[in-house]
Each structure stands twice: as C-alpha cells, then as structure tokens.
Design a protein around this ligand. Structure first.
Ligand code: TLP
Length: 342
C-alpha cells in the first residue's frame, strides 16, 4: 500500500524506538521527567521562545493557545479554511468559549487589507478582538508558505490592534526548509507557536506549544485541566527529541511532492497548480467529467494507493518518509489508470 493520505501516518524510526525504550522518565506533572524537560527546553530554543510545553496533539496545542490568550466572549480572527476553524471540532467554542471570526482568504493575497477589515474598533456592540491565528504552512491552501516578510507585516498590523498572534505551525519546519532559512525567521512574528513532531518529523505522538513564560505557564495549567498531564511522558518525548534532528529530511518530501505534482499535471482530467506546490502537499482538482473526489479516492485504493478527498472534486496527496521515489512514480501511474477508466 502506498499511503499518501497524510504525513501523520509516518512510522517512528528504529532510532526513535530504541530511544523510547531507554528513556529516562519521571512524573511530568511534578515537572520531574528529565526527557520531557529536555525536549521542552530544546524546542523552545529552536523556535526562539522563552518556554515550551509538550502536548499530545497539535489540536490540543492550538486549543491551549486559544485558552491562554483569550477570555470568554473574546473574538479570534482566522482564515475560514484554517485547521483550527475547519478541523478542530468546534473546540474553541467548547473550551475557551470564544467567538471565531472566519475570514475567507486571510492566508492568501491581500492579507493586510482583509485583516484590517476584520479588526474591530471599540464599540459597545462588538466583541473584543483578542487573537489572530495564522497557519504556516497552510494545509488547505496546499501546503503553501507564508513568507517571513508577509508574517512580519501581518504581525505589525495585529499589534496596532492589540491582537496576540498564535501560529498553527504544525508544518512550520516544512516552511523553513522550503525557504532555506532558520525557523526563527518565522516564529519571531508570533506570540505563540504550535508545531507537530508527529507529521513529517516522524515521531509517533506529540506536538510542542512555545511562547513566553507567562503564556506557557497558563497553557500548562489548562493542559492539566484538559487531562493532558501525562506522567512518564519521557517515553514519547524521547522520540520527539530525535524528531527535532530530522528537520533536514523534509527537503526530500518536498522534492517528491514536486515530482508527484509534475506527473499528475500531465494527466488529462487532473489539474494541479504547480506554483502552489511549495512543500509536501499536492492538491489535484479532478476536471474529468463524471468523477468526484470520493470515487477517485476509492478507485485509487483498489490499486493500493491511499489519498484523501479534500473537496467535492479536490484530492490531497501528502509525501513523507515512508513513500519512496518509486512509490511516487507508481502513484502517478495509478492516477492515470483511474482517470483513464472513465
Ligand atoms: N492535520 C491532519 C488532519 O487533521 C487534517 C492532516 O492530515 O493534515 N494544524 C494543522 C495545520 C494540521 O494539518 C493538523 C493535522 C493539526 C493542526 C492537528 O494536529 P493533530 O492531528 O496532532 O491534532
């Protein structure tokens, strides 16, 4: 099976499994797990923040950030296609009790104009706008990178309106590798950042939330409240420490994604916007008559290639450590057979 559904499917490496078996552990709720402490320290330094928190999932990291930056009834501005709005089960309403203000195209062109329009002036009728959430790379945008320059001007405008900025950087290292720059070039323009260890970096479990000491102290308490005090979590953090050394390998995923995109773009009946293929995600639109995304996905699976539907006629392919160059060629061949079969 060639699994291109997500980079979340990556298997931990042998080195990770050995480190997990040998990890020194303690009770992390008492702050006594040396491996978790080391991971949090290393992660904070890597992204240039004062402190960091190890969390089980990216979703929890994003939700803790929202809880820590806001009060009930505040408003959070974000893109209507962002993961927090689209895929996190309405959690900001459940837990933080905030109002989400989804802005279409916020993570695309004319971001500044859109943000200015979304920000509220003080008025008795309006909620308090408190937080802006960015996403880099932008998953539903096709893994596109928001450049440090773009982030910088958005950050400046957010500060004019007194907004804190949280970055859902589940794949921020993909952005850094694709831009050939230090990840701090991105993270300097946010007050908190969540990034995943469990996607292209191959850890079995875990994400990091990083920010100021004050924000992370709040998040640590909320993590406990949400049942995320994980005790001997060093067995997981051990894999996370190795994940942080695997950043450079993401370049391979990006090269494979481009190869895949070029192959798919040749197929009559599929459309791929090559300029949007900047990291490890490829979105293909089905232009062939009489085939929707779900049928395409089902047919691909019959030929042992797994992908996911991303819209009525849109399909997502994600490259990662466990797909080889040969697998990519095979996936293109299968897509051609599937499209040719109608
Ligand atoms: N994304 C998953 C699915 O939930 C869609 C995927 O396969 O891409 N932020 C971003 C930008 C993400 O892409 C994801 C996961 C998360 C947050 C949530 O991370 P987890 O799955 O660890 O909760």
């Amino acid at each position: 099976m060639i699994d291109l559904r997500s980079d979340t499917v990556t298997q931990p490496t042998i080195e990770m499994r050995q480190a997990m078996a040998n990890a020194e552990v303690g009770d992390d709720v008492f702050g006594e797990d040396p491996t978790v402490n080391q991971l949090e320290k290393t992660a904070a330094e890597l992204v240039g923040k004062e402190d960091a928190l190890f969390v089980p999932t990216g979703t929890m990291g994003n939700q803790l950030a929202i809880l820590s930056h806001t009060s009930r009834g505040d408003e959070v501005i974000l893109d209507s296609e962002s993961h927090i709005f689209y895929y996190e089960v309405g959690a900001p309403a459940m837990f933080a009790g905030v109002q989400l203000h989804p802005v279409s195209g916020l993570l695309g062109r004319n971001a500044l104009e859109k943000l200015r329009h979304a920000c509220r002036q003080p008025d008795i009728h309006f909620p308090n706008s408190r937080l802006l959430c960015l996403e880099n790379t932008f998953n539903r945008g096709g893994g596109t990178v928001m450049t440090p320059e773009e982030m910088g001007s958005i950050y400046e405008l957010a500060k004019e309106y007194n907004l804190a900025v949280h970055m859902d950087g589940a794949r921020i290292f993909n952005a850094a590798v694709a831009s050939r720059c230090d990840v701090k070039e991105f993270t300097r323009y946010c007050d908190s950042v969540m990034f995943s260890l469990s996607k292209g970096l191959c850890a079995p479990v875990g994400s990091i939330l990083a920010g100021s000491k004050k924000i992370i102290a709040k998040a640590r308490k909320y993590r406990k409240a949400m049942g995320g005090g994980m005790r001997q979590a060093g067995v997981l953090a051990a894999a996370g420490l190795i994940a942080l050394k695997m950043v450079d390998r993401l370049a391979e995923d990006h090269a494979n994604a481009m190869k895949l995109a070029e192959g798919l773009a040749q197929i009559d009946g599929l459309k791929v916007e090559l300029h949007r293929v900047q990291t490890n995600i490829v979105l293909a639109e089905i232009t062939a008559m009489d085939m929707d995304a779900q049928t395409f996905v089902d047919e691909m699976q019959k030929h042992s290639v797994k992908v996911v539907p991303f819209g009525p006629r849109l399909v997502r392919f994600v490259t990662h450590k466990d797909v080889s160059r040969d697998d990519i060629e095979q996936a293109v061949n299968v897509a051609e057979i599937v499209i040719g079969s109608i």
